[in-house]
Write a protein that binds this ligand. Structure first.
Ligand SMILES: Nc1nc(=O)c2c([nH]1)NC[C@@H]1CN(c3ccc(C(=O)N[C@@H](CCC(=O)O)C(=O)O)cc3)CN21
Ligand SMILES: CC(C)C(=O)C(=O)O
Ligand SMILES: [Mg+2]
Length: 315
């Protein structure tokens, strides 16, 4: 175990950090008080670092289909996969609240289907709440899940599970009609009992309107500074994901460059035999009597051609 104190016993470099969990009531109470910082995480090591950095919520996003698995959309991700990553993240999150993203087709079928999978995610994924994409069409789903004691985060605007319906990862809520629909959806989610709502890739003035129209915090990604919080994909924030660069993905570091440089240095040292040095090696065994070590029999470097099985002989 890692001890009861969040800072691992008072290293001088690390500020004192509370180890008590961020809770759903606390998140709700921060609307209009202090901005909420959410970031995605997919494994233990990253969760530990993001938690130490003070992230309030860690989202095990279905974006893992893209940044972890290398798919071009989030659609292939399964409940099992989200749960596997959720257990790893939960072990690393001392203070941060851990949210599980309900993957494509794990909740759409019916409110009971949504409840069943939400329950599975709480049991098998160690999550403290779940998130699902959609508005009015999933209001009953949200009510059912909330009624079972599972906190629900909503997600409106650019909902990546609808990428093919949207014709790509495109800004949403443009024009009066789309804006009115989005505000109405947000109100419905609020009334259905969602404790927060992600607003993705919408005009900042619309996000501000939505934020004013609901009683719960809005968490923006590409939705301007007027939201009650922000969320970013961890690999975007760290500058590690270069395949896709949404306008809103600010890089707070260039860890990707550092990884490439570190790998180059490692490869060079392996090739020049400067790594491993003595300090990376164990104590030598010392000399042994020659008689105890039989000399290896002389072997040809390659098997003669007539010893190579016919199906391996290419010429
Ligand atoms: N690494 C990563 N970061 C994300 O933010 C993210 C994922 N993956 N995967 C799941 C979804 C997909 N997302 C995306 C992907 C691309 C754009 C994008 O390129 N948007 C254009 C606007 C296009 C338009 O409206 O015409 C942009 O310039 O930002 C936006 C969101 C957000 N999510
Ligand atoms: C970007 C966030 C909101 C998300 O849904 C994800 O990472 O899957
Ligand atoms: Mg998602």
């Amino acid at each position: 175990m890692y001890g009861p104190q969040g800072n691992g016993g008072g290293s001088a470099r690390r500020p004192a950090q509370r180890s008590t969990k961020v809770t759903v009531p606390e998140i709700r109470s921060r609307k209009g008080v202090s901005p909420i910082a959410m970031v995605t995480a997919y494994d233990f090591t990253m969760a530990r670092l993001l938690d130490e950095g003070g992230a309030d919520l860690l989202l095990v996003g279905d974006s893992l289909g893209m940044v972890v698995q290398g798919h071009t959309t989030t659609l292939p991700v399964t409940v099992e996969e989200i749960c596997y990553h959720g257990r790893a993240v939960a072990r690393g999150a001392r203070r941060a609240h851990v949210v599980g993203d309900m993957p494509f087709m794990s909740f759409q079928l019916s409110p009971m289907h949504a409840l069943e999978n939400a329950g599975r995610m709480m049991k098998e994924g160690s999550f403290e709440s779940i998130k699902l994409e959609g508005g009015e069409e999933i209001a009953e789903h949200v009510r059912r899940i909330v009624a079972a004691g599972i906190p629900v985060m909503g997600h409106l605007g650019l909902t990546p599970q609808s990428v093919h319906a949207m014709g790509g990862f495109k800004v949403q809520g443009k024009g009066d009609e789309a804006a009115e629909r989005l505000i109405a959806d947000a109100r419905v989610l609020d009334e259905a009992g969602a404790y927060a709502i992600v607003l993705e890739a919408i005009p900042p003035d619309l996000a501000q309107e939505v934020t004013a129209a609901v009683s719960v915090p809005t968490i923006g990604i590409g939705a301007g500074a007027g939201c009650d919080g922000q969320v970013l994909v961890c690999y975007d924030l760290l500058g590690m994901f270069r395949e896709l660069t949404p306008k809103f993905a600010k890089r707070f570091a260039e860890v990707g460059d550092q990884i490439v440089e570190a790998t180059r240095a490692y490869v060079d040292e392996v090739q020049s035999r400067t790594f491993p040095a003595a300090e990376h090696s164990f104590k030598p065994n010392g000399p042994r009597r020659a008689a105890t070590v039989p000399a290896a029999p002389a072997k040809p470097e390659f098997a003669p051609a007539d010893e190579i099985p016919p199906h391996w002989q290419t010429h």
